[in-house]
Design a protein around this ligand. Structure first.
Ligand SMILES: [Zn+2]
Length: 71
């Protein structure tokens, strides 16, 4: 895998909450993106919970370390 778990974690935490634009995540859950994931080509699938507005955010990271989905 081109992007390590550590790096994926850093990328996820460096992404602003799409709702309140803060970077304070109280929960970050990473897992390998599988064939059942809707984001084709993603290496990591991340679930984040915002520590400010409590939004639940889904994020996908590809093999280049780019965020290919945020919602
Ligand atoms: Zn937020």
């Amino acid at each position: 895998m081109a992007v390590s778990r550590e790096r994926a974690d850093r990328i996820a935490r460096a992404t602003a909450c799409p709702r309140c634009r803060e970077y304070t995540w109280k929960r970050v859950r990473l897992r390998d993106a599988g064939p059942g994931d809707r984001h084709v080509g993603a290496a990591w699938s991340v679930e984040l919970t915002c520590g400010v507005c409590d939004a639940h955010v889904q994020l996908a990271i590809d093999d280049d370390g780019d965020v290919v989905y945020l919602g």
